[in-house]
Design a protein around this ligand. Structure first.
Ligand code: PLP
Length: 431
């Protein structure tokens, strides 16, 4: 039972302290107990806590939309506000489809996703999520979409260079489009840097421009799911900014309010939004869309990201963290494929890293590692990859306010936890 939280730490009711090495669900970017965010929300509660978006505009919503439009690249300046990540994805998929209808392309409806991937837990989001365990039960009432393999390039045993692999994975999208019939394909949705399903998976540089090229060739919209990677988490405002990506629609949530209120957003270009508005408006809307208190939190969070220089800190602390994780990987050779950008880092746990042989899945090694770390006062993030080749992974994603000393603390406890895992599972340890 949680009691209180401050900075990168949480305390339970018994007084035990935990380091938040996962920023909650990779969302508490500005850290816990941020006074400026809390005060901004309190001020908004005192003025007006709710005004229905179909009856009134409100200043925080307008300011948040303006703040996002200024920070987002490539004309992504039309903003729609929702209450979470799954909602942002649902609305993105619907916006894409309504754009097709509004532009006389009714036959386009297929949205290609990646296997594995995670885009949220509502039906539309599950339809494009690559995770058999989460989706199969609901296939009967959902409309599962075509999938292409996520670029798990670190697992490939071929003679190609990483850049060649990037092209090869991107070209699988073209193959899928041709197989499905290009006139029926509406969009491709991807996490520019993989989240829960692939633990900070970064594709080779060659992948990103090739994907855009293929989407352009067939008139297909590119939707980036930046729910986890957006708002500075990876050391740029958007994960896709590392490659100057040009998505047509971007979904945001998590770090946007840093956990202080349920909040999400989608951003799209005028090319998409214009025809939808001309058609009579977006056929969408939630009671809590553009909620004044949630938006006040969002505005304050954007302010704190700037004031505290959190994107630069994500770069600097991310480099430190990556170096430390690589050192742990040398000490514990069963940990391999350390990857990520900024404070969005992941690694795999293998039975044999040389052959990428996974541990027996029945061992639930990733869950065991979470428990061992939790017992030692460190929270880490892990979800088993469920789709594509079996594997265990974990992520280290502390709040972007983390200091060098705190990175040291995280690594010390993680090292103890890995030593305990090695002892339990009889895995090799160096030195
Ligand atoms: C990439 C991605 N998309 C969508 C979601 C869904 O967000 P929410 O849990 O806020 O509905 C998540 C949540 O983890 C996510 O990581």
């Amino acid at each position: 039972m949680v009691d209180h939280a401050d900075g990168i730490y949480l305390w339970d009711k018994t007084g035990r302290r935990y380091i938040d090495g996962s920023s909650g669900a990779v969302n508490v970017n500005v850290g816990h107990g941020n006074r400026n965010v809390i005060d901004a929300m309190k001020r908004q509660l005192d003025r007006v806590s709710f005004a229905y978006i179909f009856q009134f505009e409100n200043e925080p919503a307008t300011e948040l939309a303006r703040g996002l439009a200024e920070r987002l690249p490539n004309g992504l300046d039309r903003i729609y506000l929702v209450s979470g990540g799954s909602e942002a994805i649902e609305a993105s998929l619907k916006l894409a489809r309504q754009w097709a209808v509004a532009t006389g392309q009714d036959k386009r409806w297929k949205i290609i996703g990646r296997m594995p991937s995670y885009h949220g837990i509502t039906l539309g989001a599950l339809a494009v999520t690559g995770d058999d365990v989460l989706t199969k039960t609901f296939d009967a009432i959902d409309r599962p979409m075509p999938m292409v393999p996520a670029p798990l390039v670190h697992r490939d045993a071929d003679n190609l260079s990483m850049q060649q692999r990037g092209i090869r994975y991107a070209d699988l999208l073209e193959e899928k489009i041709l197989q499905e019939g290009p006139e029926s394909v509406l969009a491709f949705v991807m996490e520019p840097i993989g989240g829960a399903a692939t633990a900070a998976l970064v594709a080779p540089d060659s992948y990103y421009p090739r994907i855009r090229e293929i989407c352009d060739r067939y008139g297909i919209l590119l939707i980036h799911d930046e729910v986890m990677t957006g708002v500075g988490r990876t050391g740029k405002f958007l994960g896709g900014d590392h490659w100057s990506c040009r998505p047509d629609i971007v979904a945001l949530s998590k770090g946007l309010s840093s956990g202080y209120a349920p909040l999400g957003a989608l951003a799209a270009t005028q090319r998409i939004v214009g025809p939808v508005l001309e058609m009579g408006g977006f056929l969408h809307g939630h009671t809590y869309g553009g909620n004044p208190v949630a938006c006040a939190a969002g505005v304050a969070v954007l302010g704190e990201v700037d004031r505290l220089g959190l994107i630069a800190n994500s770069v600097a602390m991310g480099e430190l963290l990556k170096g430390e994780l690589e050192a742990l990987s040398r000490r514990f050779p069963f940990v391999a494929d350390v990857r990520g950008k900024g404070l969005f880092m992941g690694a795999e746990i293998y039975a044999n890293p040389a052959t990428r042989k996974p541990l027996p899945q029945g061992l639930n090694a990733n869950l065991r590692l979470i428990d061992l770390a939790f017992e030692r006062g460190l929270i880490i993030y892990s979800r088993r990859v469920r789709g594509g080749p079996p594997s265990d992974n974990f992520m280290i994603c502390p709040p972007l306010i983390v200091t060098p000393d705190q990175i040291g603390e995280i690594i010390a406890v993680l090292g103890d936890s890995l030593a305990a895992l090695a002892a339990e599972l009889d895995l090799p340890v160096e030195g």
